[in-house]
Design a protein around this ligand. Structure first.
Ligand SMILES: Cc1cc2nc3c(=O)[nH]c(=O)nc-3n(C[C@H](O)[C@H](O)[C@H](O)COP(=O)(O)OP(=O)(O)OC[C@H]3O[C@@H](n4cnc5c(N)ncnc54)[C@H](O)[C@@H]3O)c2cc1C
Length: 486
């Protein structure tokens, strides 16, 4: 790890001044300025990079958020909004001269309206917290990132997060109705409301996925759905990853939309089975988890069709979960996949790109070839039905060459996604991880138009400024401190 230089006295004096001003806005323990207490905030889910912030504020109300933003805007201080800090693209990574605004204390569910199937929740409510709150009444919140126990709805909105069950229900953007949004000037704005499709420009569409760069979300109105009568998962195992990719393509091409269609390759199957004991097929090169829902007749009919399609690709085995416990074990393995791969490699980079499902066999083959040529192992686990890839590139952060090879390998995978007609991001956002690859996907004009939107919301570029856009050659970023790799 490269040691960070000690802050200069003038930086410490300025920090003390800023912290005092922030404490006047947020009394009590809601402002952190001491180096040791800043440590938990110095990184996020992309833990290969770290950078302690200038200070952290933990507001408890929209009014406090507005007052902090107003002060920072007047003083020209940068602000990095933060939910749970689980971003895998470095979206919540602090800057040395920025205040991190943590929304985790705004964690109340304000209204549940079953009649209109919506809930109004504060930005710091966890994704799973919404479902837990309504499930006793037979409802749920559909988007289900694997990090759902920790990640917060404000972060989900800003990353437009997805999950295994988004194949049927759509991602965050498809399950949102409204936002309370605070501009960098400290103005509180209501976007959308309790109904579908607000009049005027699609502000909700612009703000969703904007990675904390346009304003701070303090409340979110989400759709809640009635839970299905039942659901059942099945496992389909194949002796080659390309063939498993072909089976995915055939299922999606047939017009059936399972609730979830997930893919795991051999390294991932072994890593997950070791802790989930879900009966994953250890002799397979690739495995699909396919879930359908409805009443028993509907489940049987859909599973019958899916089995028939899988049989065309000579599966090694097909196994339908017979009990709720078996289904749970199957999902325990899948949802814990990132942690499971963490047990078999000192470090890994989790890539996130999207491709047309018809390209799966080709792209998986190319990733295998790249793994050979870079000499780095890769485990594939991803939302196959949506064509959303998550190659986990294993490396050793203590070995600089290994780290750089992993970065280059990841960049090559993302370029390949664009080459085959896909996209640089699936659900993890751009953050710092993919900012320099943006020109692979977008023309200079398109990037300028996006920068113009950012500038219209945030003329001084104070909100999460070092993310999303390439740093190189952009004068607005001349003063951004270099981020330190761990
Ligand atoms: C083990 C693991 C599994 C994961 N699985 C998935 C998955 O299946 N699907 C998926 O989509 N993602 C997944 N992720 C990534 C991550 O959980 C999501 O991006 C999530 O939405 C981030 O939420 P957060 O609360 O942690 O936000 P943070 O990481 O704190 O922030 C994310 C971004 O949102 C901004 N932000 C946060 N809150 C606000 C706010 N209130 N107002 C304005 N800006 C804000 C931040 O500035 C940052 O740019 C996974 C991460 C991990 C570690």
């Amino acid at each position: 790890m490269i040691p960070l230089p000690a802050p200069k006295p003038e930086v410490l004096a300025r920090r003390a001044q800023i912290v005092a001003a922030l404490q006047a806005i947020i009394p009590g323990d809601g402002v952190i300025g001491e180096a040791l207490r800043l440590k938990p905030y110095e990184t996020d889910g992309l833990s290969a990079y770290r950078q302690p912030p200038l200070a952290v504020v933990l507001p408890t109300s929209t009014e406090q958020v507005a007052a902090v933003l107003k002060y920072c805007n007047a003083q020209g201080i940068r602000v990095v909004p933060r939910g749970a800090g689980t971003s895998l693209s470095g979206g919540a990574l602090p800057l040395a001269d920025a205040v991190v605004m943590g929304l985790m204390r705004m964690n109340h569910i304000k209204t549940v309206d079953y009649e209109n199937r919506l809930a109004v929740v504060e930005a710091g409510v966890t994704n799973l917290g919404i479902t837990k709150h309504v499930e006793a009444d037979g409802f749920f919140y559909a988007p289900d990132p694997s990090s759902q126990l920790a990640c917060m709805i404000g972060g989900n909105v800003m990353m437009n997060s997805g999950g295994a069950h988004c194949l049927k229900y759509g991602v965050t953007a498809n399950n949102l109705l409204g936002l309370t949004f605070v501009t960098v000037e400290g103005e509180v704005v209501q976007i959308g409301g309790n109904y579908l499709d607000a009049p005027g420009y699609d502000w909700l569409g612009i703000i969703t996925g904007s990675e904390g760069q346009l304003g701070v979300v303090t409340e979110v109105t989400v759709r809640i759905l009635r839970g299905p009568e039942g659901a059942r998962a099945m496992l389909a195992a194949f002796d080659s990853i390309e063939v498993a990719g072909q089976a995915v393509d055939a299922i999606i091409g047939s017009g059936i939309i399972p609730v979830a269609l997930e893919f795991m390759d051999r390294p991932c199957i072994h890593a997950c089975e070791a802790f989930a004991h879900a009966g994953y097929p250890l002799d397979a090169e690739a495995m699909l988890i396919i879930e359908v829902e409805g009443n028993v007749e509907e489940q049987d009919r859909l599973l019958g069709w899916i089995k028939e399609i899988c049989n065309r690709f000579n599966p090694i085995s097909l196994k339908v979960a017979e009990t709720a416990e078996e289904s749970l074990a199957i999902w325990k393995g899948r949802k814990g996949a990132f942690g499971a791969v963490g047990r078999i490699s000192p470090d890994y980079l989790c890539m996130d790109g999207t491709i047309p499902t018809g390209e799966l066999p080709f792209v998986l083959k190319r990733i295998g070839e790249m793994s050979q040529s870079y000499g780095l192992q890769v485990a594939n686990v991803f939302h196959a039905g949506d064509g959303n890839l998550h190659p986990l590139i294993m490396f050793d952060a203590n070995n600089e060459a290994s780290f750089h090879a992993a970065e280059n390998f990841g960049a090559d995978i993302l370029k390949l996604c664009v080459e085959v007609g896909g996209c640089l991001t699936g659900e993890h956002g751009v953050g710092i991880e993919k900012r320099d690859l943006m020109p692979v996907q977008f023309t200079p004009l398109e990037l300028d138009q996006m920068r113009a939107i950012k500038g219209a919301f945030d003329p001084q570029w104070l909100l999460n400024p070092a993310k999303v856009f390439p740093l190189e050659g952009n004068p607005i970023f001349a003063t951004i401190p270099v981020l330190n790799a761990a």
